[in-house]
Design a protein around this ligand. Structure first.
Ligand code: PLP
Length: 457
């Protein structure tokens, strides 16, 4: 791969040796997420910097996954590393009941960026517990129990969050007792409503959602939780008017609208929060990942004035030891300040509009295996198919396939760490990627896709 403009050295021999020992220890003692343990062959990472990671052999890969789509400012940003160091020297940890400067400032900055009157911040350790708490708040606020969420969604791995989730990770964890009902999302490429235009998709998906609300009983429904742009589930953009329609339905039936911005938030889509693109104001908004690029675990719920008032005089029955952890909050403050001063959100918008959008469109035209490309900012999906007319996916829903594995192998061999899910490759690099690096990434994808083309019929 071209090594344009980095001049960054790879891992040292000692780091490579450390990686080899780490691999053996990992296989002996580490239990991995979402995996059958015995057959795993995880990649060792020996070094990270900016948009790059180095594997166990010291090979550099352009990180187009941002790991779990969380390193929005890239790896090892010196400003954030320094802020964590500085905070560690001051106060490493303090109970959530006390006031702490890093926590107060992080809350102020997030409230300032959040839309509408989301002025109070409850901090959690990550995205799943943020959603759990948002749902608890909605239930107590409305006095209702049921939650509506979309199929083809992901909201986290904890018991309630995974039941709210609408992807196959729910199946093995679903006991049907979490008070959750699912509805069909607006998904223009594979419309569940046989729509032939985005306008039709919006109208029909909203009609369906209203039917679900009426059939489930509006008086039983506490919340609708929706990823503003569903992430792992496929980066399918809500068609114009859809989210406004959801907002109106929530208002009409007294339901709390929770926007899950865990993956789409903090600049990923070229706006601080994705709801800004569609000008909607949720009652609760959850975040994690990009809030501090995951340098220290952090998530949270941004709370509207009305819901805050429910707990103004009555205690909120929930909390956690590390709510607003100073190291995590100091990392959030530095991340937000750095993203602002280095104009990373604008850069994400520019990359989406000027490079990824047109570049992926051209790639789609050249490769018969590409059924659809869609996204915005630094958040794009390439949906792979065996046949463009039938839209038969290159891997079935919930699974992988030898063809997809071949494509992922080709991307890695060409120097890219991709984000792959079922029949999709996602383009989710850090937001401070240079134009040159973005083009380099597209070239790798363009070349690797010939492997997928060979499987089209
Ligand atoms: N919500 C969304 C949209 C996510 O993408 C994720 C994680 O990928 C979560 C919630 C769960 O976040 P966490 O893994 O930090 O618990």
């Amino acid at each position: 791969m071209n090594t344009t403009g980095t001049g960054i050295s790879g891992p040292s021999e000692a780091e490579i040796a450390e990686g080899l020992r780490a691999y053996d220890l990992d296989r002996e003692h580490v239990f991995h997420s979402w995996s059958a343990q015995a057959s795993l062959k995880p990649m060792t990472v020996t070094k990270t910097e900016g948009p790059f990671v180095w594997d166990g052999e010291g090979r550099r890969l352009l990180d187009f996954s941002s790991q779990m789509v969380n390193t929005n400012i890239g790896h090892q940003h010196p400003a954030v590393v320094q802020a964590i160091r500085d905070q560690a020297e001051k106060i490493c940890t303090i109970a959530p009941s006390h006031v702490n400067a890093a926590r107060s400032e992080a809350a102020r900055l997030i409230a300032e960026l959040a839309p509408g009157d989301l002025n109070h911040i409850f901090f959690t350790n990550g995205g799943a517990d943020a959603n759990e708490h948002a749902i608890r708040m909605a239930r107590l606020h409305t006095g209702r129990r049921k939650v509506l969420s979309a199929y083809r969604s992901y909201h986290g791995g904890t018991e309630l969050a995974v039941n709210v989730t609408g992807d196959p990770r729910r199946f093995a964890n679903d006991h049907g007792d979490a008070g959750v009902a699912h509805f069909m999302p607006a998904y223009p490429y594979r419309s569940y409503f046989n729509s032939t235009s985005e306008t039709e998709e919006t109208q029909r998906a909203l009609r369906h959602l209203e039917d679900v609300i009426l059939l489930e009983g509006p008086q039983t429904i506490a919340a609708i939780i929706l990823e503003t742009v569903p992430g792992t589930a496929g980066i399918y953009l809500p068609p114009p008017g859809y989210l406004q329609g959801v907002r109106e339905l929530a208002d009409r039936y007294g339901i709390v609208y929770i926007a899950d911005e865990v993956m789409a938030g903090f600049g990923r889509t070229g706006a601080w929060f994705a709801v800004e693109h569609w000008d909607v104001r949720p009652d609760l908004m959850t975040f994690a990942k990009g809030v501090n690029s995951g340098y220290v675990p952090l998530g949270g719920v941004a709370i509207s004035e009305a819901i805050y008032q429910t707990f103004a005089e009555r205690p909120y029955p929930g909390g956690l030891t590390y709510s607003g952890h100073p190291l995590a909050c100091a990392a959030a403050v530095a991340t937000i300040q750095t993203m602002t001063s280095e104009k990373m959100v604008d850069n994400a918008a520019h990359l989406g509009t000027d490079i990824f959008g047109p570049g992926l469109q051209e790639i789609a035209e050249r490769h018969p295996s590409v059924g659809d490309v869609r996204g915005l900012g630094c958040f794009w999906a390439i949906e792979l198919v065996k046949n463009r007319d039938t839209k038969e996916p290159l891997a079935e829903y919930g699974g992988s396939s030898p063809e997809m594995n071949e494509l992922i192998g080709a991307l890695k061999a060409a120097g890219m760490l991709p984000f792959a899910n079922f029949n999709r490759i996602h383009v989710a690099p850090p937001l401070n990627l240079t134009d040159e690096q973005a083009r380099e990434g597209l070239e790798i994808i363009d070349t690797a896709l010939t492997v997928a083309d060979a499987h089209t019929v």
